[in-house]
Design a protein around this ligand. Structure first.
Ligand SMILES: Cc1cc2nc3c(=O)[nH]c(=O)nc-3n(C[C@H](O)[C@H](O)[C@H](O)COP(=O)(O)OP(=O)(O)OC[C@H]3O[C@@H](n4cnc5c(N)ncnc54)[C@H](O)[C@@H]3O)c2cc1C
Length: 395
């Protein structure tokens, strides 16, 4: 990395600083190399998104500096930096506009990307977008209205509004990533969840299908990615997972949603019980796999699919969810972790399928996914002139 940086610097000093466009691109590439080196130094894998954001923000600052020099030095600009003779104010403005829009878009996509959500276990990062927007607009204001921007680092440190905004942005990031565990986390992703968190917060309770006494105060959420705990999204009719007595505790383990392994040869998926079918669809449909049985909503956890032994539209042919479960790890009332399946602890296994959680907490599940050719469904419809003929055919 150090060699690459040295080569880049030498190439810039000798040649690239005299080549229009490549001069600013090289400056930006230098920033990327430094970011990559920093990540390597602390042993962290750098995400593609971070590289894109770094290159765009570096380009933004470099172009701003070029524009500032061009404007303030006027006729002497080329004497100060010969390459400035190749630029015009309009050309620089166009480049700044393109890079500004790309930077904001890249940051927004980065905060929402499944990779980021999975890494930080939060879907709330898009909340920090206003800070980035303000920072960029403030910088443009200083550049265009105040004729500043010659020294980006000085500007960042000496403009109070920019400084306060940067500090608030960092605090927001720290609170979201390391702070109190608000609302649903995990990898099922999407901006919709920000709205869900907001509704949940306003209601002062957990979002779920039915109405009843399930509030955050009576919900115990297992620590992030910890295994034991009842997984639930609260979609069961009749609020089956509500505590029997007022004040009883509800266990929620939607954060225990890791995929432990997947065998592409057989379609066997081993996952934690809090993984939702929505997440399985998101990850596996593009790879040609589908859950063998799906109920009328995808916002259910695998653990609950076992506990309720759910059925789907293929029930007449394939039976219920339990037909595709090979192994369940259960935490029983005496605190033991028991593995059960069709060929092991069979009685317990059969009682657990459709047992509504009464045999213990389902911790993880191994199930068989089904191969699909594409995400498209072939639908055949048949019209009937008289309903009696239809009933006869059905029955
Ligand atoms: C729109 C809609 C359509 C539906 N369509 C169908 C359908 O077609 N077919 C069908 O069969 N069902 C259907 N259902 C019902 C729903 O699919 C099931 O009730 C599902 O199990 C709910 O999942 P959940 O994650 O929300 O579980 P919850 O409602 O939170 O819990 C359901 C039950 O499972 C238990 N449980 C959950 N996780 C665990 C665990 N880890 N360990 C032990 N016990 C656990 C709970 O204690 C509770 O008794 C539908 C529901 C909705 C809202």
């Amino acid at each position: 990395m150090a060699t690459a940086y040295a080569v880049l610097l030498t190439a810039y000093s000798v040649w690239l600083k005299h080549v229009v466009i490549l001069d600013v691109l090289t400056v930006a590439a230098g920033f990327v190399l430094r970011a990559v080196a920093g990540a390597a130094a602390i042993g962290v894998e750098i995400s593609g998104w971070l590289v894109i954001c770094t290159i765009l923000i570096a380009l933004f600052l470099a172009l701003g500096k070029r524009r500032h020099e061009y404007r303030t030095l006027k006729g002497d600009a080329a004497a100060h930096r010969p390459i400035l003779a190749e630029y015009s104010e309009g050309f620089l403005d166009q480049m700044v506009a393109v890079v500004t829009a790309s930077t904001v878009t890249a940051y927004a996509l980065y905060t929402m990307s499944p990779e980021t959500v999975a890494k930080f276990h939060t879907r709330l990062l898009p909340v920090t977008l206003p800070f980035v927007l303000y920072g960029i607009f403030r910088y443009l204001y200083l550049l265009y209205r105040r004729e500043m921007g010659g020294n980006p680092s000085d500007l960042m440190l000496n403009d109070r509004a920019l400084l306060v905004n940067t500090v608030l942005w960092m605090i927001a990031l720290l609170v979201i990533i390391y702070g109190p565990q608000w609302g649903p986390r995990g990898s099922s992703g999407g901006v919709a969840d920000v709205g869900r968190w907001w509704r949940r917060w306003r209601a002062g309770g957990a979002t779920r299908w039915g109405a009843g006494a399930w509030s955050d105060r009576s919900t115990w959420r297992c620590p992030r990615t910890a295994s034991p705990g009842a997984a639930r999204l609260g979609r069961a009719y009749g609020d089956a997972a509500l505590p029997a007595r007022p004040g009883g505790l509800v266990l929620e383990s939607t954060r225990a949603d890791r995929i432990r392994s997947f065998e592409p040869a057989t379609g066997r998926l081993h996952c934690e019980a809090g993984l939702s079918l929505a997440e399985i669809l998101r990850v596996f449909v593009p790879r040609g796999w589908f859950p063998p049985v799906t109920p009328g909503t995808k916002f259910v956890t695998v653990g609950a699919c076992v506990a309720c032994d759910v059925h789907g539209k293929n029930h007449h042919r394939d039976g219920s969810f339990g037909n595709f479960v090979d192994r369940v790890t259960l935490r029983t009332a005496d605190g033991r972790l028991v593995e059960c399946g069709p060929d092991r602890e069979r009685e317990l296994f059969l009682a657990t399928l459709g047992g509504m959680g009464l045999t213990g907490l389902i911790v993880d599940v191994t199930l068989r996914l089904r191969r699909v050719e594409s995400p498209w469904i072939v639908l055949e419809t048949q019209g009937w002139r008289a309903s009696t003929r239809c009933w006869r055919a059905c029955g």
